[in-house]
Design a binder for this molecule. Sequence first.
Ligand code: SF4
Length: 223
Amino acid sequence: MFQSTYFCERMPEIVEKVRLPKVKAGSLPVMESFYTIQGEGANTGLACYFIRLGGCDVGCHWCDVKESWDESRHPHVSIKKLLDLVKSSPATAVVVTGGEPCMYDLTELTASLKDAGLQTFLETSGSYEITGDWDWICVSPKKFIAPLKSSLKKADELKTIIFNKSDFQWAENNASDVKPDCRLYLQPEWDKREQMTKLIVEYVKENPRWRISLQTHKYIDIP
Ligand code: SF4
């Protein structure tokens, strides 16, 4: 197990290494899919169908979906089947998350969703090149593998998880690379919410271009 203090103090990677997505024609590894309410970020409160892809190599020690990491543990589901699952719900918007969904080329998936008249929302760490046609891109950068500048430029929403005080500077560093109308959010890491929420409140009051994001789905105990 990693020593969390090491990661808390570790500075982000400076050298950018372009990481390209894998092409998985016709299907993708899926950990789970479900219809619920988006609990965090700019689209909080909106009913969305979630597709959680399996596979992630970013390695956040506080990750709450570590079971997603190993791609081989998750069955490949055809894009047609995924579309049928979405259409069996009243959802008008689909959140593609992970894991790290941008490990895969998402062009085919998003084209199918858009053809069906659905809105496409992405949740990514930004550590891979973003592919696909998206109505909303949320980049939530992680220190363990820094986001690509090209991913930050595409972000409609920058959501930084605050685990310790040094994460405020990490948030500012990434905010300098997003487009001017990108929404900026600070979200307490769930297990540190007692300590970090107070700091975020003070930070946002001092720096009002930022907003608070809370994991409201966890407070109301829904997926
Ligand atoms: Fe977990 Fe997301 Fe970090 Fe991957 S990027 S380890 S899924 S929190």
